[in-house]
Design a protein around this ligand. Structure first.
Ligand SMILES: [Zn+2]
Length: 255
């Protein structure tokens, strides 16, 4: 795995020095190597990729002086829309390491806020309607039972309308024991900044989230590199995948 680059806190005042720390044209090959990793990283969405690239540029290439620390240089690289700390805050906040439960992103689940009670009669909207295809009641509702996976801790929502309240109670009783012993959920969002750059990320995420009581994900920690991806081979983490290419057959057992 590539070494993470060290960053000072965003709030730290630039150190007063007579001469510029760097006048530009810094370490181009180091930037190229990190940029390559970032472009390969399919965990990063567009917004996070922009921030990672800007920080990589700021730490390796950007001219730094008394008024421009790496964070300010990263803001400059990100463009005029992010010339103040609020912009940087929201960019970093977007990378907050956390578990996002189902339904957090709109439209990701057809049965989000729809009753899963059984459908006995055909819905008049025709055979292609989801209620007929899935043979569910489909009524809009916000009453749900959350089922926690015993291995990943990930949530499955079971929604039921008032007509299917008995189903809701039965499912709630079925999952109560399993939920009580379920592990903390494996994070599935954010945590990429610590994969590339070293700094006090707990401090930075608290600063970005304006929340001093924010805590890193339990068990799995801050860094997305350390989170298992359920149902997916962990070699999809780019820097690890790249290292595996140089491992010969006899070394594989030690991997
Ligand atoms: Zn229903």
């Amino acid at each position: 795995m590539g070494a993470a680059l060290h960053l000072a806190h965003a709030h730290q005042a630039p150190v007063k020095k007579r001469r510029p720390k760097r006048t530009g044209g810094g370490n181009g090959s180091q930037f190229a190597e990190i940029a390559h990793r970032i472009y390969q990283d399919d965990r990063a969405d567009t917004q996070t990729r922009q921030l990672l690239l800007a920080l990589a540029y700021a730490t390796t290439m950007a001219p730094l002086d008394d008024d421009t620390n790496v964070w300010r240089a990263a803001c400059n690289a990100l463009g005029s829309s992010i010339t103040d700390w609020d912009g940087l805050r929201s960019q970093i906040r977007h990378d907050l390491p956390r578990y996002l439960p189902p339904g957090y992103r709109w439209g990701s689940d057809r049965l989000d806020q729809r009753c899963r009670g059984p459908r006995i009669r055909m819905h008049p909207d025709g055979p292609d309607d989801f209620r007929n295809q899935l043979k569910v009641c489909g009524e809009k509702t916000s009453d749900k039972v959350v089922e926690k996976d015993p291995i990943t801790g990930w949530h499955t929502n079971h929604f039921f309308c008032t007509r299917h309240r008995d189903h809701l109670q039965r499912v709630a009783a079925q999952v109560a024991e399993q939920n009580a012993v379920a592990p903390p959920p494996i994070p599935n969002s954010g945590g990429l900044l610590p994969s590339y750059f070293e700094t006090d990320w707990v401090w930075m995420y608290r600063w970005a989230d304006r929340n001093q009581s924010w805590e890193p994900p339990k068990v799995y920690g801050l860094c997305a590199d350390n989170w298992p991806v359920p149902g997916r081979d962990p070699v999809t983490v780019p820097q690890r995948a790249r290292l595996r290419l140089v491992v010969s057959g006899t070394d594989l057992e030690e991997d």
